[in-house]
Structures are given as structure tokens and as C-alpha cells.
Design a protein around this ligand. Structure first.
Ligand code: SAH
Length: 258
């Protein structure tokens, strides 16, 4: 860690979760990107079992539920506050019969081998690492089953030191798209598709809604140094994205278990 800047690991998890609970998304994404990834996956029937890992408050869970005609979806997140929010929305949207939110960890799944058809994971595999997650999840997938994940990726071979240092602190496993594809392949998947998430997934859908959430949070925790530092970190994240978005972003990787 540098002397002057905090890294995301310096902050209290409960604080981070409370802040993100107030937002529709806890990471960059969009319904359009979710549906584009879904378009590469065929044969969804009433028997299809989808598991959405690190679902947060469920923006992508709901997009999946509303755009598949059948099948069950179990959305799992470590943080109970996010699952409560998701379950409230599922009741409101009358999706409770096909979709459920459950507290759990993506590295300790309670499934049989070869049980799941589709593992979804937007903006969350970094919590256990891309390679580790893909390797661990594979046994729970049926042969021919799919994994669809978004992962922070470099767009270029070289990058300015400032942004390299930021990501090296936050998530050193960030890598180039060809390297991520090779890792997915090595873990036992055919990479069916990969595409870069459009900038709006970060700007309109993530950083923009964060502005008012940050103001409210600062107001609520006036004088709390830890909160002030956390918000400063989140704002820096947005500034760096604006400055360096040609060098990195989130990429959807869709793999089929072989
Ligand atoms: N998919 C959501 C949330 C992404 S943020 C979206 O795109 O909006 C990352 C999420 O991973 C958070 O909700 C966090 O609580 C969750 N998470 C962190 N570690 C986890 C773990 N080990 N198992 C399950 N979820 C985890």
C-alpha cells in the first residue's frame, strides 16, 4: 500500500455493505449486458437451475428472472442485508416462485456435483479470485453447463503506473483479456463469448448513482474519519476510471463446461 492513499482493504466490511445497500447495483453492469451474455446460452427450460453468485441486491438476478421464461434461480450473497433487499423486491415483482435469495459464500457451495446448469457472477468473482472460482465451481456444473462472469481486465499490454498501482492494490489478479480467456480455458471451459461492458455500465449505472449515495452517507456519518476516507476512495475510483478507461474495464466471459 502507498503511504498516502487507502486501499479498499482498509475499510470495514459492514460500512462498505451499508453504503452499497443504498444502490441498485454494487458493481458496474447493465440489464443490456446481462441479456447479451444470456443470449449466448441456449436450452433454458423449466428444469434449468441457475445460481447467481455474489448477487448483491440482485440487479442482474431480476434481469435474468424477467428474461427467462422458465427455470429456477438461486441468488447467493455473503451479506444478509443485500439478500433481504433482493427478497423484498422478489415479493413485489411476483418472482418468489422461481427465484430465491440465500445467504452463503461462493467458495462454499451447498450443491451436488453436476447439478447446476448455469453459474452467473457479475462483479463478484474477484472476492475469491477468477481462477480459483472457475476451478471450484466447475464440479457443480453439469457437462455442457455454462459459467457467465464479469471480471476486471486490462485492455492493453502496457498501462500508466498510477492505474497499475491502484489495481495492483485492489485486485492484483486483474489481467489482459487473452490471459483471462486462457485461464478460463485452462480451468476446463470452452470460451463461448467475451465482450467488454460499455462505459455506461460504469458511468450512468455505477458512479453516477453513487454521487447522491455518497452525500447522504457523509451526512449520516458526519465527522467519522473512516467514512470520509472510504468515500474519498470511492470518488478516486470514479476519477481514475474517467482518466484511464481506455486501459481497463469489466469484461463478460461466458464459458461452457467441457
Ligand atoms: N452482482 C452484484 C454485486 C456485485 S458486488 C452487482 O453486480 O451489482 C460484489 C458482491 O459480492 C457483494 O454483494 C458482496 O457482498 C459479495 N460477496 C463478497 N464475498 C462473497 C462471497 N465469498 N460469497 C458470496 N458473495 C460474496
Amino acid at each position: 500500500m502507498s503511504n498516502t492513499e487507502n486501499t479498499i482493504h482498509d475499510f470495514d466490511v459492514a460500512l462498505i455493505c451499508e453504503y452499497f445497500s443504498s444502490m441498485k447495483r454494487q458493481g458496474p453492469g447493465s440489464t443490456e449486458a446481462t441479456l447479451k451474455a444470456l443470449s449466448f446460452i441456449d436450452n433454458i427450460t423449466e428444469k434449468t437451475k441457475i445460481v447467481d453468485l455474489g448477487c448483491g441486491t440482485g440487479a442482474q438476478t431480476i434481469a435474468l428472472a424477467q428474461n427467462t421464461v422458465a427455470g429456477s434461480i438461486t441468488a447467493i450473497d455473503l451479506f444478509p442485508g443485500f439478500i433481504d433487499k433482493l427478497n423484498e423486491q422478489l415479493i413485489e415483482l411476483h418472482l418468489k416462485d422461481r427465484v430465491k435469495g440465500v445467504v452463503g459464500s461462493m467458495d462454499n457451495l451447498n450443491y451436488q456435483e453436476n447439478e447446476i446448469d448455469i453459474i452467473w457472477c457479475e462483479g463478484a468473482i474477484y472476492n475469491i479470485g477468477f481462477e480459483r472460482g472457475l476451478n471450484y465451481w466447475k464440479k457443480f456444473l453439469k457437462n455442457g453447463g455454462y459459467v457467465a462472469v464479469t471480471e476486471a481486465s486490462w485492455f492493453t499490454e502496457d498501462r500508466p503506473k498510477e492505474i497499475f498501482d491502484f489495481w495492483n492494490d485492489a485486485y492484483p489478479e486483474i489481467d489482459t483479456i487473452p490471459n483471462k480467456i486462457a485461464q478460463m480455458h485452462k480451468a476446463g471451459y470452452v470460451v463461448v463469448a467475451s465482450f467488454i461492458l460499455p462505459e455506461v455500465c460504469w458511468t450512468n449505472n455505477f458512479f453516477k448513482p453513487a454521487v447522491s449515495a455518497q452525500e447522504l452517507f457523509l451526512e449520516k456519518y458526519k465527522g467519522n474519519k473512516s467514512v470520509e476516507e472510504f468515500i474519498k476512495y470511492e470518488r478516486r475510483h470514479a476519477t481514475l476510471y474517467d482518466k484511464y478507461k481506455d486501459y481497463y474495464g469489466y469484461v463478460f466471459y461466458i464459458g461452457k463446461k467441457i
